[in-house]
Design a binder for this molecule. Structure first.
Ligand code: PMP
Ligand code: GLN
Length: 378
C-alpha cells in the first residue's frame, strides 16, 4: 500500500525505551517518572472501580471532573472556562492534540511549528493534508525568532503550535512572549494550539504564563494539559483540552469518533483529587530539587549543560567531545555506558543534529546518582 506517513519511523521514545531494556541501561530517555504516583489517587480509582463506575463516561468527560478543571484553571490563570462547552477530557494530550489538529486542518492549510518540537505534531498535520511550516527556535537559547515567525504568516496559515514549558529544551515562554504572540495574531484568523502539559513543572519561582491569561489568544486557542505529567502517571493517558465553545464543538466532533470517552473510574478519582491544590502546587519545588541535584552532579561530567527553566528535561551538548551524530551517540551511550537518553534531532522533521542529548530527570534520586556515575566515565 501507499503509506500515508512514508517518512515516519517508530517514535524515538519507543526506540530508546526498548534499547534501554535490551541493554539493561538506566533510562533517562522517555519522559516518565520511575517513582510511584500518589497512593491516595490509586485508592480513589480502585474505590470507584469497586463501587461499579466501570461503564462509558460521557463523551466530553465527567461533569464533576470538568467542573474541577474549570476551578483549577480559574485558580491558576484567573480565567474560568465553562465546563459545559469549553472543557473536554481527553485520552492524554496526545489524543487531544490529534483531535484538535484533525478538527481544524483542511488539505493545503499551513501550520507553523517551532522546531525542535514534540514528535506527534507534524504527522498529525500531514495526515490531514496540511503542510507543516517549520521554523527553528534560536540556536541554544531556543527563543522564538519573532521576525521569521511573522514572515512565515500568509493567507494559508491556519494554525500555530506552541509548547511551554518546552519539550525537549526546557525553556518557558514569559509574559512578554505571550503578549508578543497576541500582538502578532491580532487581526488574523490564525488558530493556536498551546501545549501546556508541563504547566506545573516550572522553576526558580517563575509563573507559568498560560495563553489562557491572554484574552486575544484564548479566544482562538486549544490549550492542552496532561494529568500524566502533573500526577506522575503517564500510563493512565488522561488529559484535558480547554478551548472556546466554537473550537470545543469541532474538537468533540473528532474526539467522539477517535476514542468516544476516557477511563471512567480515573475521571471520578481525579475529580476528587483535584480539589486539593497542593497536589499540583507542590510540583515546582519537587522537580526543582531534582533539576538542581541532577545539574549539580552533571557538572562533574564532560557534558555541557544548557539551561532548564521548566519541564522535566535537561539538555546537554557533547559537541566538544565527539563528532558522532546524536542518534549514534545516544545508541553508544546506551550500549557501552548503560544510560539511555533522547537524541534531540528526533524533534526535527529533517533530523537537524546539533549534538545535543535530552536527559529526563523525573527519576528517583538514586537513579539519577547511578546514571551520573556512569556518565562521569564518558
Ligand atoms: N506534548 C508534549 C510536549 C509532551 O511532552 C507530551 C508527553 N508525553 C505530550 C504532549 C503527550 O502527553 P500525554 O502523555 O498526556 O498524551
Ligand atoms: N512526552 C514523553 C517524552 O517526551 C514521551 C511520550 C511518548 O512516549 N509518546 O519523553
Amino acid at each position: 500500500i501507499t503509506s500515508k506517513l512514508p517518512t515516519v519511523g517508530t517514535t524515538i521514545f519507543t526506540v530508546m525505551t526498548r534499547m534501554a531494556a535490551e541493554y539493561g541501561a538506566i533510562s533517562l530517555s522517555q519522559g516518565a517518572p520511575d517513582f510511584p504516583c500518589s497512593n491516595e489517587l490509586i485508592d480513589l480509582i480502585t474505590h470507584y472501580m469497586k463501587a461499579g463506575f466501570n461503564q462509558y463516561a460521557p463523551m466530553e468527560g465527567l461533569m464533576a471532573l470538568r467542573e474541577q478543571i474549570a476551578l483549577k484553571t480559574e485558580r491558576c490563570y484567573g480565567y474560568a472556562p465553562d465546563p459545559l462547552s469549553e472543557v473536554t477530557v481527553v485520552t492524554g494530550a496526545t489524543e487531544g492534540l490529534f483531535a484538535a489538529i484533525t478538527a481544524v486542518i483542511h488539505p493545503g492549510d499551513e501550520v507553523i511549528v517551532l522546531e525542535p518540537c514534540y514528535d506527534s505534531y507534524i504527522p498529525a498535520i500531514e495526515l490531514c493534508g496540511g503542510k507543516a511550516i517549520r521554523i527553528s527556535l534560536e540556536s541554544e537559547t531556543y527563543r522564538i525568532p519573532w521576525q521569521q515567525l511573522a514572515n512565515a504568516i500568509n493567507s494559508r496559515t491556519r494554525l500555530l503550535i506552541i509548547n511551554t514549558p518546552h519539550n525537549p529544551t526546557g525553556t518557558i515562554l514569559r509574559k512578554e512572549d505571550i503578549q508578543q504572540l497576541a500582538a502578532l495574531l491580532k487581526d488574523t484568523q490564525i488558530l493556536l494550539i498551546s501545549d501546556e502539559v508541563y504547566e506545573h513543572i516550572i522553576f526558580d519561582g517563575e509563573p507559568h504564563y498560560s495563553v489562557l491569561r491572554e484574552p486575544e489568544l484564548r479566544e482562538r486557542s486549544f490549550v492542552m494539559s496532561s494529568f500524566g505529567k502533573t500526577y506522575h502517571a503517564t500510563g493512565w493517558k488522561m488529559g484535558y483540552c480547554i478551548a472556546p465553545a466554537f473550537l470545543t464543538r469541532e474538537l468533540r466532533r473528532v474526539h467522539q469518533f477517535l476514542v468516544f470517552s476516557t477511563h471512567t473510574p480515573t475521571q471520578y478519582a481525579l475529580a476528587d483529587y483535584l480539589k486539593k491544590p497542593e497536589t499540583y502546587e507542590d510540583l515546582p519545588a519537587f522537580f526543582q530539587k531534582k533539576r538542581d541535584m541532577f545539574r549539580q552532579m552533571m557538572s562533574q561530567t564532560r557534558f555541557r549543560l544548557l539551561p532548564s527553566e521548566g519541564s522535566y528535561f535537561q539538555l546537554a551538548s557533547y559537541a566538544h567531545m565527539t563528532d558522532e551524530g546524536d542518534a549514534d551517540y545516544a545508541t553508544r551511550l546506551t550500549k557501552e555506558y548503560g544510560v539511555a537518553t533522547i537524541p534531540v534531532s528526533a524533534f526535527y522533521k529533517e533530523g537537524t543534529d546539533n549534538k545535543i542529548l535530552r536527559f529526563c530527570f523525573a527519576k528517583k534520586d538514586e537513579t539519577l546518582e547511578k546514571a551520573v556515575e556512569r556518565l562521569a566515565k564518558v
